[in-house]
Design a protein around this ligand. Sequence first.
Ligand SMILES: Cc1cc2nc3c(=O)[nH]c(=O)nc-3n(C[C@H](O)[C@H](O)[C@H](O)COP(=O)(O)OP(=O)(O)OC[C@H]3O[C@@H](n4cnc5c(N)ncnc54)[C@H](O)[C@@H]3O)c2cc1C
Ligand SMILES: NC(=O)c1ccc[n+]([C@@H]2O[C@H](COP(=O)([O-])OP(=O)(O)OC[C@H]3O[C@@H](n4cnc5c(N)ncnc54)[C@H](O)[C@@H]3O)[C@@H](O)[C@H]2O)c1
Length: 461
Amino acid sequence: MKQYDAIVIGSGQAGGPLAKKLALSGKKTALIEKRWVGGTCVNDGCTPTKTMVASAKMAYLAANSVPLGVKIKNFSVDLEQIRKRKDEVVHQFRNGSQKGIESTKNLDLIFGDATFIDNKTILVKLNSGREKEFKAELFFINTGAKTFIPDIEGLNDIDYLTSTTILDLEEVPEHLLILGGNYIGLEFGQMFRRFGSNVTILEKSDRIVSREDEDISEELTKIFKAEDISIYTKTTATSFKKKRSGKISVLISADGKEEKIKCTHVLIAVGRMPQTETLNLQKTGVEVDEHGAIRTNNKLETSAPGIYALGDVKGGPAFTHISYNDYTVVYRNLIENADLSIKDRQVPYCMFTDPQLGRVGLSETEAKKRGINYKVAKLPMAYVARAIETGDTRGFMKAIVDADTKQILGAAILGVEGGETMTILQMAMSGGITYEEIRYYIFAHPLFAESLNNLFMALEG
Ligand SMILES: Cc1cc2nc3c(=O)[nH]c(=O)nc-3n(C[C@H](O)[C@H](O)[C@H](O)COP(=O)(O)OP(=O)(O)OC[C@H]3O[C@@H](n4cnc5c(N)ncnc54)[C@H](O)[C@@H]3O)c2cc1C
Ligand SMILES: NC(=O)c1ccc[n+]([C@@H]2O[C@H](COP(=O)([O-])OP(=O)(O)OC[C@H]3O[C@@H](n4cnc5c(N)ncnc54)[C@H](O)[C@@H]3O)[C@@H](O)[C@H]2O)c1
């Protein structure tokens, strides 16, 4: 049985870089991956969706070019080319990471499905069909999450789509019904509407993006409705039935009333669940919560000594940059004797609808709940010179500031390149730059960033 110093299970956004750095630090390391190097982000998450969102944006621009004085006649969407481009980008990223791992001294990349025998031993069902046991002093679990499939009558009798299978559709759905109105539902909903599908989104809560402030949900709803996307809130599906015509009949319960909708495709986007059920964690003493997420402390140590958990598998904010940050925390604590913690770290994120929603820090709702003496700065994108010049004034900029200290507490930028503008405020928050300083800051004209002067001017008087 081969003995390692460290075994990393899962080559997600933490696992790959961590395995390389551990090996380079002198630890004999193995990285076990059951599918593809790069995990969800590279293979069926961020990378493929954002390449396809770019195609959807191109279709939107072509369809809306006339006001800018450009007539585009007869454009069409070529899903095969969109898929091909997406696959090329994914393969480029995946192969690049794999080569980097394979050429790292002291590191073995093993393709197979790992399960614990005890807290120092794993059994790997190799992709070649054989089984092998490996031992290590340290284990790092980075097995990510997968689509949660709700228990709804008839769902298993239709070929429903997930965020993975929808990436490889060979034709644009005639009518795509989406269950769930948050990141995945909204990014795919708008994308396929722009590719030519009729799109209906069913959201269980009383508004889409229900974790955000109400004005954000309202503005996004307006933006989606302007593209003829149907949104039902306080609604879920109660049964699915495949018709002889090939169509799917969906019984929905909308705000207490029942209604039937026909569609051709169904995308399930009601959340993701940690991939822990096949790890045999009961053999290790690693505790999980009621959702199967691994419990860790602020240094990402589990309840079993020598076993760490990083990324989506531990629950909490499920983003690539958070998983990557987990890796730096674990690595630097272990190898560089740092004393880093994930407590109170910033969690920025960007939803890649068009326009984007860039978010960091407190929302207005949270500031109110905490009883903070806050003020809200808000500027419609229709007042942003760059937005007017480039012909897209949808959305607004919003910042929550501390009325006493003048520090920025949070920001929501719903607008073109909203993620980039949000990041400027995120850095101001890290550096303790006050909103008054930003109000008088020199930004190059006419950038979106320049309007941060005006955003905070709104707080004067
Ligand atoms: C459609 C979609 C779009 C997204 N877009 C964004 C975005 O724009 N921005 C953003 O920040 N985040 C986005 N995310 C979330 C992001 O992809 C994840 O948060 C990120 O990939 C972090 O994952 P991870 O490192 O925890 O693990 P993952 O990347 O999920 O990797 C886990 C790896 O472990 C492997 N594995 C699992 N079990 C075993 C086992 N027993 N043995 C061996 N290997 C195993 C899996 O095959 C997988 O490769 C998106 C997610 C989805 C689904
Ligand atoms: N741009 C990004 O950063 C990005 C993009 C895609 C995904 N992600 C990550 O992927 C994760 C999963 O995203 P998601 O959108 O699937 O999940 P989510 O948990 O963020 O949202 C699920 C939505 O479905 C609704 N819902 C739940 N049950 C329902 C039902 N039965 N009927 C109708 N609606 C129902 C919920 O109210 C919620 O609005 C997120 O946590 C996110 O971190 C990030």
